[in-house]
Design a protein around this ligand. Structure first.
Ligand SMILES: [Cu+2]
Length: 283
């Protein structure tokens, strides 16, 4: 693939209050899965076990138990479909939406129990969205669970509106610029978005490295701290570690809720992963 190849990403918006599109494909669902899910319902539930009390800026070993709702049996790694090169993606957010972490837990020797470590960077409330596709339903789901609270009072969402961001030091600085095909964002209306990446000299940056089989992973979260928009890279995915991408990352954003949305773009360059925050308002 050429470095100019555009990466097309489409963001599908899910509300976790039960607005999942009823795309359950009963034809492809194995018999033993029948009745496992209704439209808008997750087949899996999650429970969090913090192995140590939460302390700001301190690494916290954590276990997550995944259980099939239908029969109350643990969800085994062999029962999960690999997506974006991983079985389970954890999207961790704090209530201010300024701390976003993307983590892949690993199985333990206890069935249905997976472990990971994370470090809360804000004195805030934390939630995790477990992003996985059970083989049984072949339906991607997001299971929200509370991760703990480091704050005695509710924290305000950081509603900074921004379309530019830079990261890195003097020699490895990278500039990111977000633009859309429309000036305004309307609830329920699709908009085409583009992130343009430039290097420290202001030249188009074409050395984005693959992260989980793509040149960017984009996630958007609403100020309600409940609704997240997920990402499907469409068209081109990278298969080789040596592939490079940029300077444009195209995506499709269709918000299903008005208000402030934080958009996090995860990329890799110079061997390092970067999380780029943008903020927009949806009418
Ligand atoms: Cu992931």
């Amino acid at each position: 693939m050429t470095s100019k190849t555009l990466l097309s990403i489409s963001i599908f918006v899910f509300s976790f209050m039960g607005n999942l599109p009823s795309a359950m494909s009963s034809e492809n669902t194995p018999h033993n899965c029948e009745g496992a899910t209704k439209a808008g319902e997750n087949a899996i539930k999650a429970e969090i076990f913090l192995k140590e009390p939460l302390v700001k800026d301190k690494k916290t070993p954590t276990e997550i138990e995944l259980i099939s709702k239908k029969d109350n049996k643990p969800l085994l790694p062999s029962e999960i479909k690999e997506t974006h090169t991983k079985l389970i993606h954890l999207l961790i957010f704090d209530q201010t939406l300024t701390d976003y972490q993307h983590i892949h837990p690993t199985p333990t020797n206890k069935p249905g129990i997976y472990q990971f470590e994370w470090t809360p960077k804000e004195a805030s409330q934390y939630k995790v969205w477990v992003d996985l596709t059970p083989l049984c339903t072949n339906q991607q789901e997001y299971i929200m669970a509370d991760l703990g609270n480091l704050s005695k009072s509710p924290q305000k969402v950081d509603k900074t509106l921004n379309s530019t961001y830079s990261t890195g030091g003097r020699s490895d600085k990278i500039y990111f610029n977000l633009s859309f095909d429309s000036q305004e964002f309307m609830n329920g209306k699709a908009a085409m978005g583009k992130v343009l990446v430039k290097d420290s000299q202001g030249h188009p940056f074409t050395q984005l490295e693959p992260v989980m089989g793509a040149f960017a992973h984009i996630v958007a979260i609403n100020e309600d701290f409940k609704t997240i928009a997920h990402v499907h890279p469409m068209g081109v995915e990278t298969s080789k570690e040596s592939d490079r991408g940029g300077p444009e990352l195209d995506f499709h954003f269709e918000p299903n809720k008005p208000g402030f949305w934080k958009i996090w773009v995860q990329v890799k360059a110079y061997g390092k992963e970067f999380f780029i925050p943008f903020g927009i308002n949806v009418k």
